[in-house]
Every structure is written in structure tokens, then in C-alpha cells.
Design a protein around this ligand. Structure first.
Ligand code: SF4
Ligand code: SF4
Length: 329
């Protein structure tokens, strides 16, 4: 049974609480150059984990001998984190400034989407691969396609290049029902990837499965594949497993923030509602246990689809145990 340490939301700002949480979870394993892998928020997202919460984590990692840097990778959809230069601007606008955090901020796939191939489908972002250890800092949220996003999704979708992101999103590509199509052209107007032809057929070479056309299609001619959540969660677990087993280091620690728990991830601009009130922060060396505890604290029924498919699959792939002991500090 794996240990998952827990502090309540009201205690996050209390002196030494985050430090105590990290120490109980085993922060000493983070040595050398430590990647602090997180999502710094799409521009105009309001609910990403704030730099004020990351700064004390940086201090704890440094106090325990690590040399941290805050990091994330660029997106496959074309918004304000699509290139490294876009992402630096967004990160700085959101307050992720080295002078404030006390450590560098590096976009892990570099200026040219650089990665290290570790399997047929998986390339790990260069700076994450080249680190010595990693603290995976995840904001627990719902997700439009994968139902839930926590540590497994942060590793799978967040530690890889665009090619690997596209591999996972193959299973979210839209399905077209020609009989319902009115020829309104709205799908072509919103697609930023030149993936819809004049007859509204989807070009799967270009489509990144972003779903923008589905939202724009008022007739229902475009829809998500019926088994999208199941298939995407399976791919998330598969890629997380390939990343974790493909890294040249094994010192990994997981920190899940269960605050501002929105139905959508931090790629979304708006956060109109919350799934539940703030809960707290979890820390563990077990990625399966920390995500299972996160889902059970939020409550399974708050999610649109079964959020634990990725967790069961990650356990099957040998990433950890769903049985956990929750230890409140
Ligand atoms: S999901 Fe739709 S909008 Fe997005 S890239 Fe594919 S065709 Fe274009
Ligand atoms: S948005 Fe829907 S109805 Fe309009 S052209 Fe595209 S597929 Fe057809």
C-alpha cells in the first residue's frame, strides 16, 4: 500500500506546512537539476497554480540540495503557448518570473520542439529528459476529453513533444455525419490547422483533435468519437508509463493541488464553475496512488465520465498502486 500525504486547503499558507508535506513525501530524493513540471496556465485562464504557491516549493527543493527550474512544454493547439516564445510571454504575464520564483523558468521542448525519442510514439521533452529528478506539480481538474487531469495527465501530455501530444489526440479527432451537415462552413472557419476540406471531410494528417469544430457545429454533424474518454485515458496511461520508464532517472515525486477544481483544465480560458470546494494538497512517490486519492477526495460522481480509467490502466502498466493510506499532516 502506498503512502499519500495530505494537508488541508486552509493550511496551505500556514508556515512550514508545504515544507512538511514535501519532507514527509520524500523531497530528499530530488537532487541535482530538478524539473518542477507544471502547467503555467493558458493566457486568460484564472485558476492555474499561482507562482505564490510555487515559490515556497522552490525554496524547499533548494534547501534540500536540489537545483530547481520551473518548466512545461508547448501546446499542439495554436494559442498563447504554442511556441516557446509564446509560452515565455504567457508565463511571465502570469507571474512566473525567475526573479520572483528564485529559479529559472525553461520551456522544456526548447525553441524547436526538441525531444528525445524513447519509443515509437513517445518523445520526452529535452530539458525534462536532461534533468536529474522531477517534481510533478499538478492542478487536479476535470477535463473535457479525459474526464480527469492530475499527475498521470501532467506527465503524459505535459512532458512530451508535439508529435507525442498528437499521438494521444488521435483518439479525440471528430467524426462527421454527412447527413446532418448543412454546409454552413463554421467548422472550416474555426479550424486553425487546415484540417477540413471543401467537402468537410477531416484531413487526419493535419487534425490535432482539438474539438473546436465540434463546438462550432450547430447541426450536430461533427461529434466526438463515442469511446473518446476511454481511449484517451488509456493513451495517457500508456504515454505516462513510457515517459517514466524512459527517463534516465527514477527520482520522481508527485504533488497534486486540489484547489480551484474546475471542470476543465488550465488550457481553458474560462472557469465558470467548480466541481467542489477546495480540498488541499496531496504528495506521494506513487503516481497511481496520488491520482486515485485525488479522484476519491473530489468524488468520482463529480466527473462526467469514469475518471479512474487512466489510474487503473497506469496500475496495470506497473506505475503504482491504487491502494493507498491517506496520512493527514
Ligand atoms: S478537431 Fe476540428 S478544429 Fe481541431 S484540428 Fe481537427 S478538424 Fe481542426
Ligand atoms: S460546422 Fe457542421 S454543419 Fe457546418 S459545415 Fe461544418 S460539419 Fe457541416
Amino acid at each position: 500500500m502506498s503512502e499519500v500525504f495530505f494537508i488541508r486547503a486552509a493550511d496551505i499558507g500556514a508556515e512550514n506546512k508545504l515544507e512538511s508535506l514535501l519532507e514527509h513525501a520524500g523531497v530528499d530524493c530530488l537532487s541535482g537539476v530538478v524539473a518542477l513540471k507544471m502547467h503555467m496556465g493558458e493566457l486568460n485562464n484564472k485558476t492555474y497554480i499561482k507562482p505564490e504557491l510555487v515559490k515556497p516549493i522552490v525554496e524547499v527543493v533548494k534547501k534540500h540540495g536540489g537545483k530547481p527550474f520551473v518548466t512545461d512544454t508547448t501546446t499542439i493547439y495554436k494559442e498563447k503557448r504554442y511556441t516557446a516564445m509564446d509560452y515565455y510571454e504567457t508565463a511571465f504575464a502570469h507571474g512566473f518570473l525567475p526573479s520572483f520564483l528564485g529559479c529559472p523558468v525553461l520551456i522544456a521542448d526548447g525553441l524547436r520542439d526538441d525531444g528525445v525519442g524513447v519509443s515509437e510514439h513517445v518523445e520526452i521533452a529535452k530539458y525534462i529528459y536532461e534533468s536529474d529528478s522531477m517534481l510533478v506539480i499538478s492542478h487536479a481538474t476535470g477535463h473535457g476529453a479525459s474526464s480527469f487531469g492530475g499527475a498521470i495527465k501532467n506527465v503524459a501530455m505535459g512532458c512530451v513533444t508535439k508529435n507525442t501530444k498528437k499521438y494521444m489526440h488521435e483518439v479525440t479527432r471528430p467524426v462527421l455525419n454527412h447527413d446532418l451537415c448543412t454546409g454552413c462552413n463554421k467548422c472550416r472557419e474555426v479550424c486553425k490547422h487546415d484540417a477540413i476540406g471543401e467537402t468537410y471531410m477531416i484531413n487526419f494528417d493535419n487534425c490535432i483533435g482539438c474539438g473546436a469544430c465540434i463546438e462550432a457545429c450547430e447541426s450536430g454533424a461533427l461529434s466526438s468519437p463515442p469511446d473518446m474518454s476511454y481511449e484517451l485515458q488509456k493513451r495517457l496511461a500508456e504515454v505516462a508509463s513510457t515517459v517514466i520508464h524512459g527517463l534516465p532517472y527514477t527520482d520522481l515525486l508527485y504533488l497534486n493541488f486540489l484547489i480551484n477544481i474546475t471542470p476543465f483544465c488550465d488550457c481553458a480560458e474560462f472557469a465558470p464553475e467548480y466541481l467542489c470546494p477546495d480540498i488541499g494538497v496531496l504528495a506521494s512517490k506513487d503516481i497511481v496512488a496520488v491520482d486515485m486519492a485525488t479522484i476519491e477526495l473530489i468524488k468520482v460522481e463529480k466527473f462526467k465520465e469514469d475518471p479512474a480509467i487512466q489510474v487503473r490502466e497506469a496500475q496495470r502498466l506497473g506505475l503504482g498502486e491504487r491502494d493507498y493510506e491517506l496520512i493527514e499532516l
